[in-house]
Design a protein around this ligand. Structure first.
Ligand code: ATP
Ligand code: MG
Length: 583
C-alpha cells in the first residue's frame, strides 16, 4: 500500500500559526522544569493539578472565560467559567475534608458526563485525594473489582447508577460515604444509610478553600487500563503529569486561546482526563462536554453548533463516521474545524485520507497508553502526515525500537516499541502490583507491549500489540496492516485479524469482517475480498480465511478485542470481559 505523504503549507502561509514549529529540537530551549514555572506550580505551596487547570486562571483575565460548555443527552445546556469551577471545586473539597478524607485517600466517581463529575474530580484533587473515575456504562462486577482493588473510601455517583450497583453494595466495606448527585434523577431511589445528597452538602460548604499542596511525585489519578489484552491494571499517576498534559495540549493538539475544543473520550478512560480535563484547562481553553454517546448526525451538529475548532477523537469513531457515509457531513457546516486528532488504536490510512475528503484536512494520529499518561508520539500540525504512521516522539521524550534482548535496533527494523524513562506523566505503579510494574522496565527502557518500526525520518509505524502479532510461515504479520488493507474495500466497515493455529505454517491469518450498510455477506463478496487483499498484501500476509460478522467485539472504549476473536475461534475461555461492550 503506497500512500503519499500529505504535506502542509509553509508555516507563514498557514491560517493559524502552530504552537510547535521545530518539532525535533524545540529551538534548543526546552526543559520540563520551565513548564512548571509557566504554570506557577511550587512544591509545598500549590503543586496540584487542580491549581494548574483551574485556580491559576483566577489571576488573569481568563477568570471570566467559559471553561466548560455542557450539552446534556436531552439537549440541556450549561456553562461554567473558570471562576465558577474554582468555587464549586472549593466547595466539594470542603465537603470531602468534612467527611474526613485525607491526603492519598481514594475518591472514586461513577457518573455520566455531567458537570458535577468535573467538579467532583477537581474537588477531590484539591482535597489531596487520589481520584478514580469509572466509566458509567460498567455493570456491577467491574465496578466492584475496581472499588475493592483501590480501597476507595468515597464514591460519588447518581441514583440511577447506584440502583445498578445494588447487588454489590454489601461487598464494599471500604466505602464510608456515597455522595449522590440528584441531577435529572429518573429512578425510584430511596436514600440509604451511607448516602449524602450532593446538592445539600454543597449548599452547606464554603466556597473558600486552600488547595492541599502536594509534591510532584504524589499520586493524583488512578485509571484502570482498557482490558484489551487481559485483566485491566490500575495505573497510578502523579501531579507532575500536569506539565506534560499542558505541553502536549499545546504541541500535539495545538490548543490556542480562541479555540473551542471537543474531546469525545469519557473520563472513565485516561484520554478523558488527560485530554478531556487537564490539557485544555491547564492551557485555559474553552471546551465542549457532550453527555451523550456516538451518533453521526448529533456529532456533526454539535461541531456546527459550537463551532468546534480542535477535535480529539478515536479510530473507532472515525470508522463509524465513515460508515455513515460522505453525504451526511455535507449537510452540516464543519468549516470551523482546523485540527483533528485521534488516539486509542491504530488509525487506518484510509481513515486519514477520508479526513482530507470530508474535513479538508488529514486526521492526526498520536500514540500513547494509560501507563504513559500523556501523548508520547504524534503527528504535529507542522509535519507532513504519512498515512498509517503514528508520527514522531514529542520533545523531551526518547522512543526507540528494541529487539528481544532489549537492545535498540536501527531504522527499518520491527521490534518492541520502548520509551526511555522517566517522563513527567509516566505511571508510577500498578495499584497493588508493584512486581508487574517493575516487569515493564528492561535494560533501561519502558517496554510498551506494542510492536512498531521507525523509518529513516524518525516516523513510527504501529505493527500490532506484541500479543496479537501473528507468526505465519516464518513471517511476523501485524494485524493492523491486514485490517487496513481490507478496510480500503468499499464494502468493509471494520476488520479484526488474528492468527489461527496451523500445523504447517504455525499460524494462518484469519480476518473477521463487518460490512457497511447495504452490503450482503455473500460467498462472492468473500472471494472478492480475498482477492482484493492478495493484490494489496504479500501472499504470506493476506488472510487465508475471511468470516463475516455483524460487529466486532470491542472494549467499552472502542478497541477491537482480538484476543476474544481468537478465544471464540478456538473455543477457549474468554478471559476477563469486564470492559467488553454490550452485545
Ligand atoms: P490493556 O492494557 O488493559 O490490555 P489497552 O492497552 O487497550 O488495554 P490503553 O492504555 O487504553 O489500554 O491503550 C493503549 C494501547 O492502545 C497502546 O498500547 C496501543 O496498543 C493502542 N494504541 C493507542 N494509540 C494508538 C495509536 N495511535 N496507534 C496504534 N495503537 C494505539
Ligand atoms: Mg495496555
Amino acid at each position: 500500500m503506497d500512500y503519499s505523504p500529505i504535506t502542509k503549507a509553509p508555516v507563514d502561509q498557514m491560517k493559524v500559526r502552530p504552537n510547535l514549529i521545530d518539532v525535533r529540537t524545540l529551538g534548543g530551549h526546552f526543559d520540563w522544569q520551565s513548564l512548571e514555572k509557566e504554570l506557577g506550580l511550587v512544591e509545598g505551596v500549590n503543586y496540584n493539578l487542580a491549581y494548574a487547570a483551574i485556580d491559576r486562571h483566577l489571576e488573569s483575565a481568563r477568570r471570566n472565560k467559559v471553561a466548560l460548555y455542557w450539552e446534556g443527552k436531552g439537549g440541556e445546556q450549561e456553562q461554567y467559567t473558570f471562576t465558577d469551577l474554582a468555587q464549586l471545586t472549593n466547595r466539594f473539597a470542603n465537603v470531602l475534608l468534612g467527611l474526613g478524607v485525607k491526603k492519598g485517600d481514594r475518591v472514586f466517581l461513577f457518573m455520566e458526563r455531567i458537570p458535577e463529575l468535573y467538579v467532583a474530580f477537581f474537588g477531590a484533587l484539591k482535597a489531596g485525594a487520589v481520584v478514580g473515575p469509572l466509566f458509567s456504562a460498567f455493570g456491577p462486577d467491574p465496578v466492584r473489582d475496581r472499588l475493592a482493588d483501590s480501597g476507595a473510601r468515597v464514591l460519588v455517583t447518581t441514583p440511577d447508577l447506584k440502583v445498578r450497583l445494588e447487588p454489590i453494595l454489601d461487598s464494599l466495606p471500604d466505602i464510608k460515604h456515597y455522595v449522590m448527585v440528584n441531577k435529572n434523577n429518573r429512578s425510584s431511589y430511596n436514600p440509604a444509610k451511607l448516602d449524602l445528597s450532593y446538592e445539600e452538602v454543597m449548599a452547606n460548604a464554603s466556597s473558600d478553600f486552600k488547595i492541599v499542596a502536594r509534591s510532584k511525585d504524589d499520586y493524583s489519578i488512578m485509571h484502570y487500563t482498557s482490558g484489551t489484552t487481559g485483566k485491566p491494571k490500575g495505573a497510578v499517576h502523579v501531579h507532575q503529569a500536569t506539565i506534560q498534559h499542558y505541553a502536549t495540549g499545546r504541541w500535539a493538539l495545538d490548543l490556542q486561546q480562541n479555540d473551542l475544543y471537543w474531546c469525545t473520550a469519557d473520563p472513565g478512560w485516561v484520554t478523558g482526563t488527560s485530554y478531556g480535563m487537564s490539557a485544555p484547562w491547564t492551557n485555559g481553553i474553552s471546551q465542549l462536554i457532550y453527555e451523550g454517546g456516538y451518533r453521526a448526525s448529533t456529532w456533526y451538529s454539535l461541531i456546527q453548533k459550537y463551532k468546534v475548532t480542535v477535535w480529539y477523537t478515536a479510530p473507532t469513531a472515525v470508522r463509524m463516521l465513515m460508515k455513515a457515509g460522505d453525504s451526511l457531513p455535507q449537510q452540516y457546516d464543519l468549516s470551523s474545524l482546523r485540527h483533528i486528532c485521534s488516539v486509542g488504536e491504530p488509525l487506518n490510512p484510509e481513515a486519514v485520507i477520508w479526513g482530507t475528503k470530508v474535513f479538508k484536512q488529514p486526521i492526526h494520529d498520536n500514540w500513547w497508553q494509560t501507563e504513559t499518561g500523556a501523548i508520547l508520539i504524534a503527528n504535529y500540525p507542522v509535519m507532513a502526515v504519512r498515512p498509517g504512521s503514528m508520527g514522531r516522539p514529542i520533545p523531551g521524550v526518547t522512543a526507540s525500537i528494541v529487539d528481544d534482548t532489549f537492545q535498540p535496533m536501527p531504522p527499518g527494523k520491527e521490534g518492541h516499541l520502548a520509551i526511555k524513562p522517566p517522563w513527567p506523566s509516566m505511571f508510577r505503579t500498578y495499584w497493588g502490583n508493584e512486581a508487574m510494574y517493575r516487569s515493564k522496565f528492561k535494560n533501561g527502557w519502558y517496554i510498551t507491549g506494542d510492536r512498531a518500526r521507525r523509518d529513516e525520518d524518525g516516523y513510527f509505524w504501529f505493527i500490532g500489540r506484541a500479543d496479537d502479532v501473528i507468526k505465519s510461515a516464518g513471517h511476523l504479520v501485524g494485524p493492523f496492516e491486514v485490517e487496513s488493507a481490507l478496510i480500503e474495500h468499499p464494502a468493509v466497515a471494520e476488520a479484526g485479524v488474528i492468527g489461527k493455529p496451523d500445523p504447517i505454517a504455525m499460524e494462518v491469518v484469519k480476518a473477521f469482517v463487518a460490512l457497511k450498510d447495504g452490503y450482503q455477506p455473500t460467498e462472492e463478496l468473500r472471494r472478492e475480498l480475498m482477492h482484493f487483499a492478495r493484490k494489496k498484501l504479500a501472499a504470506a500476509v493476506a488472510p487465508r480465511e475471511i468470516e463475516f460478522v455483524d460487529k466486532l467485539p470491542k472494549t467499552r472504549s472502542g478497541k477491537i478485542m482480538r484476543r476474544l476473536l481468537k478465544a471464540r475461534e478456538l473455543g477457549l475461555p474468554a478471559g476477563d470481559t469486564s470492559t467488553l461492550e454490550d452485545d
